[in-house]
Design a protein around this ligand. Structure first.
Ligand SMILES: [Mg+2]
Length: 291
């Protein structure tokens, strides 16, 4: 009798907590994960503005001793530049808490490829990360073993010609991320994938690897670096086809925030289903405080 009474009490408590949270019954408490992964653009900041609830979320997770990583698909900023940008917005992050697609691509070239000589199509940040990983670079198509492509705001006919020649000569085409375009203040600009497809069209050879979110490589490296299993981590981002899919790739729980590129209608229609949908990180703070 006593056992049944205790069970009933526990059930009522659980039910009340579920009602209070407004979350699905089978989802863990929002603060029960060991690792929290944040996309940057549209999730943590928008332009030079920190998004609502982000500072409170990070402070709360830091006091609880959670592992935090900032995972960006950028190829035009180094990790150090991302760190400075976060600092300016009032967020302190260690360098090893920041991962970009440029950094992941440099690690990929160093770890996955035997003795590569890379022709870079991209901004200086991409070459800088390759240089830090000790990866050899060239501008000569005949020496190239891999053409690594990121967003390149000075992409032109001569670069397309060089990259095409390298790929036709047997070099592998590697995409630093699969992003077709990138929203910026009051505009949208072509991103990495547009350049990859131009080189593919000219050479007739498709990319052999994509490194950034949502790739298996990026997901497995991130989990390796933080020493956690996917099911103990929550990936938070504003893009379904990169951030949320990345979370699914790594076996993580996922949260979509509506502060970036995804509209409510897109979220409703997409086959990619996040575990949580929050209007902003303020919702996370509300849910965490209600526990
Ligand atoms: Mg984003």
């Amino acid at each position: 009798m006593l056992i049944w009474g205790t069970r009933l009490l526990r059930w009522i408590k659980g039910y009340l907590r579920f009602r209070k949270k407004g979350a699905a019954r089978d989802l863990p408490d929002v603060v029960s994960y060991d690792g929290y992964f944040f996309d940057l653009d549209g999730t943590v900041f928008l332009g030079d503005r920190l998004l609502p609830g982000v500072k409170e979320t990070i402070d709360l997770l830091r006091t609880k001793g959670k592992k935090i990583l900032f995972l960006s698909n950028t190829t035009i900023r180094t990790r150090r530049e991302c760190q400075i940008r976060l600092q300016k917005l009032g967020l302190q992050a260690r360098l090893d808490e920041i991962v970009t697609a440029a950094f992941a691509a440099a690690v990929y070239m160093r770890e996955q490829q035997p003795d590569p000589t890379v022709l870079v199509v991209g901004e200086p940040a991409l070459a800088s990360e390759l240089d830090e990983q000790g990866v050899r670079m060239t501008t000569r198509p005949e020496q190239t073993t891999h053409v690594l492509v990121g967003m390149d705001m000075k992409f032109d006919y001569a670069k397309l010609h060089r990259a095409m020649k390298a790929v036709r000569g047997g070099a592998e085409l590697i995409a630093a991320n699969p992003d077709p375009n990138c929203p910026v203040a009051g505009d949208i600009i072509p991103d990495t994938w547009a350049m990859v497809k131009a080189i593919e069209a000219a050479s007739g050879v498709a990319p052999s690897a994509i490194v950034g979110k949502p790739s298996q490589f990026y997901a497995s490296k991130v989990l390796e670096w933080c020493g956690l299993r996917g099911e103990h981590c929550l990936m938070i981002g504003d893009r379904l086809e990169t951030d949320i899919l990345f979370g699914h790739t790594g076996g993580m729980r996922t949260a979509l925030v509506m502060t970036g590129v995804t509209t409510k209608r897109e979220a409703e229609l997409s086959p990619i289903r996040p575990d949580y949908v929050w209007h902003s990180m303020e919702r996370f703070v509300e849910l965490a405080r209600a526990l």
